[in-house]
Design a binder for this molecule. Structure first.
Ligand code: HEC
Length: 134
């Protein structure tokens, strides 16, 4: 049995290789992450409606990790408004996980709506049109 860290490293290395082999651009990976965020967002909304703390924590933390990768991308691109929206979206996902831990589903709903409007603000700003080719 391999230790857990070795498995994690192997999986990470394989993922990198697959991405490199498929020649995926950063932009293509970005769209993939966004689709994942979208799916997780529905899971999160269901979890809040069902007042399921565990599911809401899991979905929020997964969303946060993906949005953090997006934020890193905009930092590399040096596109300030997207960096701002990215930071807000990461902060709201962290707040959502905290709300879920406290089982404060009213607050979670309010935070969820703030996250949603951050998604829309960033999309309306179309930072992808200003991104350098990668
Ligand atoms: C920091 C900016 C930013 C934030 C925050 C953001 N997005 Fe996006 N999103 C984008 C950009 C830019 C694109 C377009 C990418 C492209 O077409 O190159 C996009 C595209 C998408 C797409 C289409 C992906 C595809 O396959 O073309 C979905 C779905 C999506 N976002 C969902 C979300 C959701 C849900 C949230 C909030 C939880 C969110 N996004 C937050 C910037 C953002």
């Amino acid at each position: 049995m391999k230790p857990a860290w070795e498995i994690v490293i192997t999986v990470a290395a394989l993922t990198l290789q697959v991405n490199a082999l498929e020649g995926k651009t950063e932009a293509a990976k970005y769209r993939e992450r966004m689709d994942q965020v979208q799916d997780l967002q529905y899971d999160l909304s269901d979890a809040i409606a069902q007042k399921s703390s565990g599911k809401a924590i899991e979905a929020s933390e997964n969303i946060r990790a993906l949005l953090q990768e997006d934020l890193d991308y905009w930092i590399k691109q040096k596109i300030d408004d997207a960096i701002g929206y990215g930071k807000s979206s990461v902060n709201y996902s962290s707040a959502l996980a905290e709300d879920a831990k406290r089982q404060d589903f009213a607050s979670a709903m309010a935070t969820y709506n703030k996250l949603q409007s951050t998604c829309c603000s960033c999309h309306d700003a179309h930072p992808e049109k200003r991104a350098k080719a990668n």
